[in-house]
Design a protein around this ligand. Structure first.
Ligand code: NI
Length: 182
């Protein structure tokens, strides 16, 4: 296992649509190693999700923290070639940050619930209902596979804040606040 370098905004890989993973490649030692490295990297960085382009790999794969969602295991869910179908309903605003855009937080509207389909790290079909906090992470990571970052999703930039100031002025106001960082 290895902690991979996370690329930052400005690297063209973050603005390039990722390529689908050939299903036959998923079970190869190389891709399995990549999955392990992706998990180790997101844990090391203290994030809740990480998409392959964020470590310089233009592939349709991401990992997200499924803890607290309706899907109990595994905690670090790898999704390959994902498709996301949002459920109807009002968009919800909450705080996000991005490991590729360090130290910034902003309010981002997202769907509260979605259907997530794709393949797991063993190449088996995944078909999950993902809600609330985990749904936000999935939408954030899914966007990374299409060259989109959370700044693009903000309706306006008024809420944009540096992490230190966010902790001082937002978190101090409401200790229940948290931010999704992926
Ligand atoms: Ni991100």
């Amino acid at each position: 296992m290895a902690v991979l370098e996370i690329v930052r905004l400005g690297d063209p890989v973050l603005r390039t649509p990722a390529d689908p993973v050939e299903p036959a490649q998923i079970t190869t030692a190389k891709f399995q190693q990549f999955c392990d490295d992706l998990v180790e990297t997101v844990v090391d960085a203290g994030g809740l999700g990480l998409a392959a382009p964020q470590v310089g790999a233009p592939l349709q794969a991401f990992v997200y923290d499924a803890n607290g969602s309706t899907q109990p295991e595994p905690r670090w869910q790898i999704v390959v070639n994902p498709m996301v179908d949002p459920h109807p309903g009002e968009l919800e605003y909450d705080w996000e940050g991005c490991l590729s855009i360090p130290d910034l937080r902003g309010l981002v509207p997202r769907h509260a619930s979605l259907r997530l389909r794709g393949l797991d790290r063993d190449g088996r079909p995944l078909d999950l209902v993902v809600e609330d906090f985990a749904a936000r992470i999935v939408q954030h990571e899914f966007d990374h596979l299409h060259g989109v970052v959370f700044l693009d999703r903000m309706r306006d930039l008024q809420s944009l804040a540096f992490e230190e100031e966010w902790e001082c002025f937002v978190l101090a106001e409401d200790s229940d606040e948290q931010s999704t960082v992926g």
